[in-house]
Design a protein around this ligand. Structure first.
Ligand code: MG
Length: 251
């Protein structure tokens, strides 16, 4: 069942969303050449906790970190580690969830570390732009397929691969709710969007090919081709006045 949130519930979700957005932004600003992903995870964890929230991902399905930190060919679900160092030239995808007062906010961004390749720059730009094209379609009366169609069409026009195995989702009292929000689809198809729905739109885009595989750690998803991958995500409320991004940072 798709849950529709009241105005008061949307206000709570905005609070969770801002903490998640700010934790993500603060984490991104903290990235330094040579830092471990464990250190970066601690910074994000501490920010969330200091602001009275709980990291949504910590312990979720047994996940050991507070943020997912996925470098270069890692698509999503990178596990923070003392053995993994971030280096100049890397692209670092950080996915953060914050839970407060009964609701979750979920957001992701791929950060460039220092000077990155032109190919990486283009992948980041196109993936972020595709997120906003998807958000534009998140209006009452539209359908889920309109979002995925907008994301897919744009990314494919650049020759990039749209990951299909992992998708966006409803978000609210649970981190993952109905409906599913794929980054592909047919315009005019799928569930109807109504005001009060809150969804996480999250394109995961590979520089080459859509295929992915999971590393032996059981979590980390990487591109099958070894190409770079980018991930951008916002929690969005569908309102009578159009889509409202709940995870915009205020820092
Ligand atoms: Mg998500």
């Amino acid at each position: 069942m798709i849950s529709v949130k009241s105005k008061a519930e949307l206000e709570k979700m905005r609070r969770a969303g801002i903490i998640a957005g700010n934790a993500l932004h603060f984490g991104g600003q903290s990235i330094r050449d040579g830092m471990t992903t464990f250190e970066l995870d601690r910074i994000i964890h501490d920010y969330i906790v200091k602001n009275g929230a709980k990291p949504s991902f910590l312990g979720y399905g047994g996940f050991p970190g507070s943020a997912c930190i996925s470098i270069n060919e890692q698509v999503i679900h990178g596990i923070p580690s003392k053995k993994v160092r971030i280096r100049e030239g890397d692209i670092v995808s950080i996915d953060v969830g914050a839970y407060i007062d009964g609701f979750h906010g979920d957001t992701a961004f791929t950060f460039p570390v220092g000077k990155i390749s032109d190919e990486a720059k283009k992948l980041l730009k196109v993936t972020e732009e595709s997120l906003y094209l998807g958000i534009e379609q998140a209006t009452a009366g539209n359908r889920i397929g309109d979002i995925g169609h907008a994301v897919e069409e744009y990314c494919v026009s650049y020759g990039f691969g749209v990951v299909k195995k992992y998708i966006g989702h409803g978000v609210g009292r649970a981190l993952h709710e109905s409906p599913e929000v794929p980054n592909y689809g047919k315009a005019g198809h799928g569930s109807r969007l109504v005001a009060g729905m809150t969804i996480a739109i999250e394109p995961m885009i590979n520089a080459s090919g859509e295929d992915v595989r999971v590393l032996p750690n059981g979590w980390t998803v990487v591109t099958r081709s070894g190409s770079l991958s980018a991930h951008f995500e916002h929690t969005v409320a569908i309102t009578p006045d159009g889509p409202v991004i709940l995870t915009k940072p205020t820092l």
